[in-house]
Design a protein around this ligand. Structure first.
Ligand code: ZN
Length: 703
């Protein structure tokens, strides 16, 4: 239940941690985030005390459409030695499942990676030729995507070096470096790399095709889509109020006897060698957990890994979701099912994190005052909630990323995914502040603000308050916006159909935008000045009217719900305020800019639209909802679109980003006992990948 590439995974900040997405992995370049998220220049507001961040080297590599960045772990040193030790062990566990993901993505990914690495680490010929550089780029891409398919689009990479050149590299490498990758397996490796007809897509969900046959992922072996669906339909008991997540942790295979069985991923099953390593580190972690409860559910997780029993995984999740006390927290397991075209199987991933106490205070204040905001909302009083409960979300600092969270990284996570656990026990919603801060910091100086913002004072506002405004918008949107309002009697809530999610996003965005510019926020101490609102209003209008078009292909309409919502809001208030020049398009030297002239009037317009969209939702007025979305949220002005695309392309900003991890070094006393943990920030992407491949590679080439 996570959002997958190509759609709303982009929608980091505004995305629904609640409604549709359990997790958003952005993989976006910092600058694209800026346009999407209205983020801004000098980031790290949430880490204001992190003085060293200013001189931190964020960028460490760039190849193809990828930027490799680093993230900082501010406040790591403020943790206790025991907590640091806990993070160290969890961090080790987070790295041990890397090979699992490679094999899940495609069954030849491990032999492909190892063949490339064998060549890369032994070749001593000319490393300045175009062919070698193309080979190196290809390997960097494979590392980044955990396989031969693009991490975001899922399309197989096309090598820019020739098969003949590859043969010379193979010949120049001592045969024993390839281990058991010889003969037909080596031939297959070559075919996987060079033949575009083999495994063209990691996940193919085209209607009408056998999605299992068409997809390169390794979740099924020898079964058709129909057989797989029949297998899991037969397991499903519709009267079970607490069903396990059938199929989550196994490969489905047809044996020689024609029988279809699951190969379960467990300590003694498929992927056993890697899972036993994960278990080993989790056992050490459990002994230094933050709380007895955390130790207990960590042991439940270990038990699940040992047995493969999905009931134990649910037990773990139920206990985990109720743990709001622990400072250090983690995700480790088969979690998200986007890599499986049928949505049963989960890819392996891990994150290790701890609470950002400072930033969580803001969400707490907002949450505590939820009723005040509801009572003063500019909507029809009949549609206000008499008793509103703010959703509390915590802000975290991530300390380690593994599996499907590395190097491309989520910036928000909402787990667990099991519907019944969410229904009966709720979910944990987190924003990963240090990753957002890293994106923001890395985006500073990429030329985006200079290109698209006309007035110097607006650029200054953005540099000073952009990130604060963006984060506040997210907090208001998530903690209050979606939780606000109520339906009229007799309205079910699904009347708006395919326009429902766009209008719901618009409602939450408008709630945030309306209150953004309210003196109450200054009074509560949430923000120091309403300049924050100006920065956010500038960004929101520029993005909604213009710069989000950088993500639309020429000739296409706006499809994605969050983008439609932003276009709708920006387009509607622009038109309503046109006579008063509240917001204007200004052309200078042939370039178009969006300029906000009247912030207070703009706030009123946001309030008016909020009132109307709340009415539409509360009354289930499909026709009015459809007309709003179709009129303002879908169509693209082709002239402005092509201008924006051209200007954006000239900035040469990589569309995707990912991160290398910090390194944690145990500090030992004379007896060899761990007394503390030191953090280091490596600067070499290739070195980290090769290190992981040599130190955390536990699976054979064929699993
Ligand atoms: Zn939302």
């Amino acid at each position: 239940m996570t959002l997958k590439a190509g759609q709303s995974r982009l929608e980091t900040k505004y995305n629904e941690l609640k409604i549709q997405t359990m997790k958003q992995k952005t993989g976006l370049a910092a600058a694209l985030l800026m346009t999407t998220l209205l983020t801004t220049g000098c980031g790290a507001d949430r880490n204001a005390k992190d003085a060293q961040a200013e001189n931190f080297q964020w960028h460490i590599d760039r190849f193809d459409d990828i930027n490799v960045l680093r993230y900082r772990v501010p406040d790591f040193d403020s943790l206790t030695p025991r907590q640091k030790q806990f993070i160290y062990y969890l961090g080790q566990a987070a790295l041990c499942g890397r090979d699992i993901l490679y094999d899940q993505n495609c069954k030849y990914n491990l032999p492909v990676r190892r063949t490339l690495e064998a060549i890369y680490t032994t070749y001593d010929g000319d490393k300045t030729t175009d062919q070698w550089l193309a080979f190196e780029k290809y390997l960097k891409k494979v590392w980044f995507a955990n396989g031969v398919h693009h991490h975001y689009s899922g399309d197989k990479f096309t090598p820019e070096f020739s098969a003949e050149y590859f043969d010379t590299l193979l010949a120049a490498t001592p045969a024993d470096k390839f281990g058991d990758i010889q003969g037909t397996l080596l031939d297959t490796v070559k075919a996987v790399i060079f033949d575009p007809t083999i495994y063209p897509k990691r996940v193919d969900q085209t209607a009408g095709v056998d999605m299992i046959a068409a997809s390169a992922c390794n979740y099924y072996n020898g079964v058709t889509q129909q057989e797989a669906e029949a297998f899991y339909t037969a397991l499903t008991d519709t009267t079970d109020r607490q069903p396990v997540s059938y199929g989550l942790n196994s490969q489905l295979v047809k044996g020689a006897d024609g029988k279809i069985v699951e190969r379960v991923w467990s300590a003694d099953g498929m992927y056993g060698p890697a899972i036993r390593e994960i278990v080993k580190w989790l056992e050490r972690a459990a002994a230094v957990a933050d709380t007895p409860e955390q130790e207990a559910y960590t042991r439940t997780l270990i038990d699940y890994y040992k047995t493969g029993d999905l009931k134990r995984f649910d037990d773990y999740n139920v206990a985990w979701v109720q743990d709001t006390k622990s400072t250090v927290d983690y995700v480790n397991g088969f979690i998200e099912n986007y890599g499986d075209p049928l949505g049963y199987k989960a890819s392996w991933e891990s994150t290790v994190n701890f609470k950002n106490l400072e930033a969580t205070k803001t969400t707490q204040i907002i949450s505590d005052n939820a009723q005040w905001f509801e009572d003063h909302s500019p909507i029809d009083p009949r549609y206000r909630k008499p008793q509103v409960k703010g959703v509390s979300a915590k802000v975290i600092t991530v300390a380690m990323l593994g599996g499907d969270c590395y190097p491309a990284t989520p910036i928000g996570i909402n787990l667990p995914n099991a519907d019944w656990i969410r229904r009966d026990h709720g979910s944990k919603s987190v924003t990963i502040a240090n990753i957002t801060a890293a994106y923001d910091a890395a985006a500073a100086g990429n030329g985006f603000a200079e290109e698209f913002i006309l007035r110097p004072e607006d650029r200054e506002l953005r540099a000073k308050w952009g990130t604060v405004g963006n984060n506040l918008h997210t907090d208001l949107h998530e903690c209050l916006g979606h939780a606000s309002g109520q339906l009229a009697e007799g309205v079910r809530g699904d009347e708006l159909k395919n326009y429902g999610s766009t209008l719901e996003e618009a409602r939450a965005d408008l709630f945030a935008l309306y209150y953004m510019n309210d003196p109450k926020l200054v009074e509560l101490g949430v923000i120091p000045t309403l300049d924050v609102a100006k920065a956010e209003y500038n960004n929101y209008m520029m993005n909604g009217l213009m710069t989000q078009l950088t993500r639309i292909e020429p000739g296409k309409n706006i499809e994605e719900a969050h983008m439609r919502n932003r276009a709708l809001i920006a387009g509607w208030v622009y038109e309503r305020g046109k006579a008063d020049r509240v917001v204007e398009f200004v052309t200078e030297a042939g370039k178009t800019y969006v300029v906000v002239n009247d912030y207070d009037k703009l706030r009123e317009l946001f309030g008016e639209l909020l009132r109307e969209i709340q009415r539409i939702k509360s009354e289930g007025d499909f026709k009015a909802g459809m007309e709003l979305v179709e009129r303002y949220g879908v169509k693209v002005d082709p002239t402005l679109h092509s201008e924006v695309l051209k200007r954006y392309a000239a900035l040469n900003i990589a569309p995707y980003s990912g991160f290398v991890n910090p390194r944690y070094v145990p500090v030992l006393d004379e007896a060899g006992a761990m007394t503390d943990v030191r953090i280091e920030y490596p600067t070499d992407y290739v070195d980290q990948m090769l290190t992981y491949s040599s130190e955390y590679s536990f699976l054979p080439n064929r699993n």
